[in-house]
Design a protein around this ligand. Structure first.
Ligand SMILES: Cc1ncc(COP(=O)(O)O)c(C=O)c1O
Length: 405
């Protein structure tokens, strides 16, 4: 678990922090330009007493990679800096990060979570199976409906759980209002910031308590690594997270941490380009006769467009979803199987544009009724827009929507 106080000058802008944070922490005068990959299980102690001091937390140092590693620390410091957190921790996947964040929030058997109805499918499964079996019950609510949230908070949940931009319908929630409401009801706020990334939104600035990422997505950014992060809004929660990471053992390995950190350095460049491409593709799709509806917060037609503009600024994320007019699995298959450039792959946040059918992949764990309740129809397709030339993306979509050939 690493502190943002090592991250560089706090007056630096986001892009400068992304490029520099976490580097320069190596011992010695000659700093490598990139923190090396420490493929070591453990670290030999300089003296018998030194190990005692490191265990006691009175002296910095590493002794066992599950409990801390210089390559992992470099990435954690960078994440803490970009999320504006005192402490951040790296985990082996986004799911491991969500698991740890819920435990770090201090929830206990008998407690409840008030969660967004619109969330990653496996998050919902985690909440309704694993945590339910541990005695932590989850109630789901549409978080665009603030009076409904208020009613849910009347039951005194221990935590409010939401995504900044939802998966897959890219709903945008009024985070400042939700945090205020949660605080007033004594609940902590946990935010999955994967879709927005800290480039668009830093939930801790709005008072959230814990911020989760699937680093597999935009933080890593290149489709070559699986990882997760949790940024804690206060040092005590950060320390609890550290302790949990050690116990759960689902920590990020040094090779993965290095890839994530390398990716993070270009986050602002990638996100800016991907968001601009997404807006262009969304506008094009909106005018296409084969499309019934486009979901993208940058479009005026999006129900939370004004909120998104206020909360996210000039960019609106790089996920675009759309409903085929011919809303059936066969039409989706016909579209996906003739794509030439866009990659049909069940992930997102890559440099390359990817597509996924939520009913088949990300939200497969939901019953058809649950999908219907959330608004995930049989013709819904999700695009994760990459850094390519937008004209090439549009050309591929055009030919696929016309049946290929
Ligand atoms: C919003 C969101 N959160 C968490 C996860 C889980 O991340 P991971 O696959 O790294 O475990 C995903 C995966 O797609 C996701 O979309």
């Amino acid at each position: 678990m690493s502190e943002s106080s090592d991250a560089g000058d706090p007056t630096w802008s986001f892009a400068t922090l992304a490029a520099h944070a976490g580097e320069g922490l190596e011992p010695g005068e000659w700093q490598p330009t990139s923190t090396p990959i420490y493929n070591a299980t453990g670290f030999a102690m300089p003296s018998f007493d030194a190990l005692d001091e490191v265990f006691a937390g009175t002296r910095p140092g590493f002794y066992y990679t599950r409990d801390g590693n210089p390559t992992v620390r470099a990435f954690e410091v960078a994440v803490a800096a970009l999320e504006g957190a005192p402490l951040a921790g790296a985990f082996s996947s986004g799911m491991a990060a969500i698991h740890a964040a819920i435990l770090a929030a201090g929830l206990q058997p008998g407690d409840t979570i008030l969660a967004t109805r619109d969330c990653y499918g496996l998050t919902r499964v985690l909440l309704t199976t694993h945590f339910a079996e541990l005695g932590i019950r989850t109630a789901f609510v549409d978080m665009t409906d603030l009076p409904a949230v208020e009613r849910g908070l009347a039951d005194r949940p221990g935590a409010l759980y939401l995504e900044t931009i939802s998966n897959p319908l890219v709903k945008v929630f009024d985070l400042p209002a939700l945090v205020r409401m949660a605080r007033a009801a004594g609940a902590r706020t946990l935010v999955d910031n994967t879709f927005a990334s800290p480039y668009l939104l830093r939930p801790l600035e709005h008072g959230a308590d814990l911020v989760v990422h699937s680093a597999t997505k935009y933080l890593g950014g290149h489709g070559d690594v699986t990882g997760g992060t949790v940024a804690a809004g206060d040092a005590a929660t950060g320390r609890r997270l550290h302790h949990l990471a050690k116990l759960l053992g689902a920590v990020l390995g040094p090779n993965e941490a290095w890839l994530c950190h390398r990716g993070l350095k270009t986050l602002p460049l990638r996100m800016a380009r991907q968001c601009e491409n997404a807006l262009e593709v969304a506008r094009w799709l909106e005018a296409h006769p084969a499309i019934a509806r486009v979901y993208y917060p940058g479009l005026r037609s999006h129900p939370q467009h004004v909120l998104a503009k206020r909360l996210l600024g000039a960019h609106y994320g790089a996920i675009v979803a759309f409903d085929l007019r011919d809303a059936c699995r066969e039409a989706v298959r016909a579209f996906m199987d003739v794509l030439r450039l866009i990659v049909p792959a069940p992930t997102l946040g890559d440099l390359r544009t990817l597509t996924l059918y939520p009913a088949q992949a990300s939200h497969r764990g939901l019953t058809p009724e649950q999908r219907g309740e959330v608004g995930i129809g049989d013709g819904l397709i999700r695009l994760s827009i990459g850094i390519e030339e937008p004209a090439d993306l549009v050309a591929d979509l055009d030919q696929a929507l016309s049946g290929g050939g």
